[in-house]
Design a protein around this ligand. Structure first.
Ligand code: AHM
Ligand code: MG
Length: 347
C-alpha cells in the first residue's frame, strides 16, 4: 500500500475543526458548501464552449456592466448552496446591489458570506481563466436575521477567505488564518485534494508586475514613475521586471502567489478610487496574501484595515510579494529614486 495519504478538502476542514473543541461545525459546513458550489461552477465553466450559455444576457449589473449567463449561474449556485443551511444571517454578492437576506422559510445563523461569483467573466469567451472569490464574517449586528452591518466589516475581521480559479485545472485556495492551503479538483472523483499545503509567496520570487498599462496616461506621476522603474527605464533598476497581465484578477493573483510578483490596479483619472471592490475582491485576496507572507495595500494603507462604508466600495490595490508592495508604497509616497535603487538592487 502507498504510504501517501490523500487529503480531501472535507478531511482538511474536519481536522482543522478538531483543534477547536467548542466548534459547532457551522463554519466547517459553510466551507463544504462553498466547495460544492465551486465544483458545480467548475463543471459549467468546462462546458461553456459546448452549450449555448455564452454571450450577453443583455442585463446590466449593479456596476453598470453587461452580465453574462455564466455569472448569473455562478451567483445562483452559491446562493442556493448556502441559503437553506441555517448557518448564515445573510450574504452579499458583486452581482446584487443590496444585502441578500436569507429567505424567511429558512433558519438563520451566525455568519455571513460575501462573494464575487465569477470574476473576470469578460474573458470567458476567449477561454481565459476566471475565478470565484469569497469571504466569511461573523454576525455582529443585533438584527435577528442579519443586516448590511454584518457585511460591512473590515478585512481584519474575516474568519475565512478564499478563491477558486477555473484554469487548466480547478483550484480552491483558502485560509482561516492558519496558513493558506490549495486544493486541486480531481475531476475523475469530483474531490478537491490538498496539493499546496501552507502556501508562501516567494520573497522576492519572480520579478513580475501585473497592471493594465493601457491606463498609463490616466495615472498619477508617482504611479508612472513606479512602472517606469520596474521596467528599468529610469536607469535605477538594473534588473527590470517582466510584465504578466491576464486581466482576470484571480488568475493574475494566483500566478503571483505561486511565483512571486506584484499585481496593481491603481486609482486613475477615470476611476479615482480604483476599479476593484474592497469586499468581494481586495479584502479576501489580502487575507490570503498576508497569510502566505505577502502584503496588500491601497498604496497608502493596509487593505485589511480599510473601513467599508458601502457594499460595492472600490479601492486601489497593490498585492503580492511583500517587498514589491512596500516598494510601490514608497514610490507612491514620492520617495527619492536613489534610495529605491539600493533596495531594488538588493532584491
Ligand atoms: P469583474 O469583477 O467585472 O470581472 O472585473 C474585475 C476584473 C478583474 O478580474 C481584473 O483584474 C480587472 O477587472 C481587469 O480590468 P481591466 O480590464 O480594466 O484591466
Ligand atoms: Mg470581480
Amino acid at each position: 500500500m502507498s504510504s501517501r495519504s490523500v487529503v480531501t478538502i472535507e478531511r482538511h476542514i474536519i481536522e482543522a475543526e478538531r483543534q477547536f473543541p467548542k466548534a459547532t461545525g457551522a463554519f466547517s459546513n459553510i466551507l463544504y458548501d462553498l466547495a460544492l458550489a465551486a465544483k458545480m461552477i467548475a463543471h459549467e465553466v468546462r462546458r461553456a464552449g459546448l452549450v449555448d450559455i455564452l454571450g450577453y444576457t443583455g442585463d446590466v449589473n449593479v456596476q453598470g456592466e453587461e452580465v453574462k449567463k455564466l455569472d448569473e449561474y455562478a451567483n445562483e449556485v452559491i446562493f442556493k448552496a448556502l441559503d437553506h443551511t441555517g448557518h448564515l444571517c445573510g450574504m452579499a454578492s458583486e452581482e446584487n446591489e443590496d444585502f441578500i437576506p436569507i429567505p424567511d422559510k429558512f433558519p438563520t445563523g451566525n455568519y455571513c458570506v460575501l462573494f464575487d461569483p465569477l470574476d473576470g467573466s469578460s474573458n470567458i469567451d476567449a477561454n481565459v481563466s476566471v475565478g470565484t472569490i469569497f469571504s466569511v464574517h461573523r454576525k455582529i449586528s443585533d438584527h435577528p436575521r442579519g443586516c448590511i452591518t454584518d457585511c460591512l466589516q473590515r478585512g481584519t475581521e474575516q474568519v475565512a477567505a478564499g478563491y477558486i480559479v477555473y484554469g487548466s485545472s480547478t483550484m480552491l485556495v483558502y485560509t482561516t488564518g492558519n496558513g493558506v492551503h490549495g486544493f486541486t479538483l480531481d475531476p475523475s472523483i469530483g474531490e478537491f485534494l490538498l496539493s499546496h499545503p501552507y502556501m508562501r509567496i516567494p520573497n522576492p520570487g519572480q520579478r513580475t508586475y501585473s497592471v493594465n498599462e493601457g491606463n498609463y496616461g490616466k495615472w498619477c506621476p508617482e504611479q508612472r514613475r513606479l512602472v517606469d522603474h520596474l521596467k528599468g527605464m529610469d536607469g535605477a533598476n538594473a534588473k527590470p521586471f517582466s510584465a504578466r497581465y491576464i486581466g482576470s484578477l484571480v488568475a493574475d493573483f494566483h500566478r503571483n502567489l505561486l511565483y512571486g510578483g506584484v499585481f496593481m490596479y491603481p486609482a486613475d483619472a477615470k476611476s479615482p478610487k480604483g476599479k476593484l471592490r474592497l469586499l468581494y475582491e481586495a479584502a479576501p485576496l489580502a487575507m490570503i496574501a498576508e497569510g502566505a507572507g505577502g502584503k496588500a495595500s491601497t498604496g497608502t494603507q493596509r487593505i485589511l484595515e480599510v473601513e467599508p462604508t458601502s457594499l460595492h466600495q472600490r479601492v486601489p490595490l497593490y498585492i503580492g510579494t511583500a517587498e514589491y508592495v512596500d516598494m510601490a508604497e514608497r514610490f507612491l509616497a514620492g520617495a527619492p529614486i536613489d534610495a529605491e535603487a539600493e533596495v531594488v538592487a538588493g532584491v
